[in-house]
Design a protein around this ligand. Structure first.
Ligand code: TRP
Length: 338
């Protein structure tokens, strides 16, 4: 169990267990989670309550939640150093969401970019949860008095609304919530689609060759890189505007091999695109193999995973309950005599 140190700043992050993770998610989120756990007191959640804002298959959601926990541990998230837990196992998230709902305006939720996107994508199921998604996320973060939240650009608006809600509450009552700061990830690499290299690689891309998933086996990885879109020139050069496909592959090669872009360019001087794509595929497949093996080993040990998630839930609960008790007192909820 992690030692709760007074000095370390608190970091909160969560990921939805729905959908498969791509190598972009790996570089953008998981690798950072691993690096950040040394410096911060980290709370890492599988945000299954967020997932159900879009219809899920229950058995699949449950399985994916476990698989994701195993994946994070396989990637180096250390449950001894941080609090790894499943959002729905800590009731405080739902409880604080209710209170925060009364400090959030319908109009501002309707204007959220992600809500508008998802409403058009899931026009048959624009449920209240979908609209309330940012408030649940604010509750996640504020419960743990997080100092910092690592975010990608797509989540920036959610962090801004979290800060607004926190400030609103603090101003009406008295300082209750830490107002969190976003942190910009150290690994700045942005991974784009292998098929449309001007677009971000996305786990929900309908083109199967566009995204490389962490669960892809060597054959699939090699096949996808072989089919990656490049250009009609021949030189392996980093130039995102003129050569987005090649530049994306160079970025992937660079982050997976630990080499700089310049070193990567040198590796492929005088080589053709065919050899280049093969080499990128190999570097990625080699990096994924040990992670997949470790994830598989962990998934075979459900007892251990359950132990980790149980400990995580009670650790998270302790921290969250403290904040929630304060909130309940401030808003005037009846306090039972002890
Ligand atoms: N909405 C985030 C995503 O889809 C996941 C998430 C839920 C989250 N709660 C959070 C991220 C709190 C950071 C902090 O990526």
């Amino acid at each position: 169990m992690q030692e709760i140190s007074q000095k370390k700043k608190v970091l909160y992050s969560a990921v939805q267990p729905s959908g498969d993770l791509t190598i972009g998610n790996y570089l953008g989120a998981i690798k950072n989670w691993v690096a950040l756990q040394e410096e911060y007191e980290c709370f890492y959640a599988m945000a299954d309550m967020h997932s159900i804002t879009v219809r899920q298959n229950p058995a699949t959601l449950r399985q994916k939640t476990l698989e994701l926990a195993a994946l994070y541990i396989a990637c180096g998230v250390n449950p001894e150093k941080c609090t790894l837990y499943v959002q729905s196992t800590v009731p405080c998230h739902a409880e604080l969401t209710w209170v925060l709902n009364t400090f959030t305006y319908v109009g501002e939720m309707e204007r959220m970019t992600q809500f508008k996107d998802k409403s058009s994508k899931h026009a048959d199921n624009i449920n209240m949860g979908l609209m309330d998604y940012p408030v649940l996320m604010a509750a996640d973060i504020l419960l743990y008095q997080a100092d910092v939240v690592p975010v990608g650009v797509d989540q920036k608006q959610h962090l801004e609304i979290t800060r607004d809600i926190a400030n609103r509450f603090n101003n009406i009552y008295s300082p209750t919530f830490k107002v969190p700061e976003p942190i910009i990830m150290k690994v700045g690499a942005k991974i784009n689609s292998l098929q449309e290299p001007e677009k971000k690689m996305s786990k929900s891309d309908t083109n199967v060759n566009a995204s490389v998933f962490l669960s892809d086996d060597r054959d699939a990885v090699m096949r996808k890189f072989k089919r990656a879109v490049t250009d009609s020139q021949t030189s392996v050069r980093f130039d995102p505007t003129q050569k987005p496909g090649v530049s994306n592959l160079l970025t992937i090669y660079s982050v997976f091999s630990g080499k700089t872009i310049e070193e990567a360019e040198r590796d492929f001087e005088g080589k053709g695109y065919g050899d280049f794509k093969l080499a990128v595929g190999e570097v990625v497949a080699d990096a994924l193999a040990p992670i997949q093996a470790e994830q598989k080993r962990l998934l075979a040990d459900k007892g251990y995973l359950n132990e980790v998630l149980t400990a995580g839930a009670s650790q998270a609960y302790r921290a969250a309950r403290k904040t929630l008790a304060k909130v309940y007192r401030k808003v005037g909820f009846y306090q039972l005599d002890k």
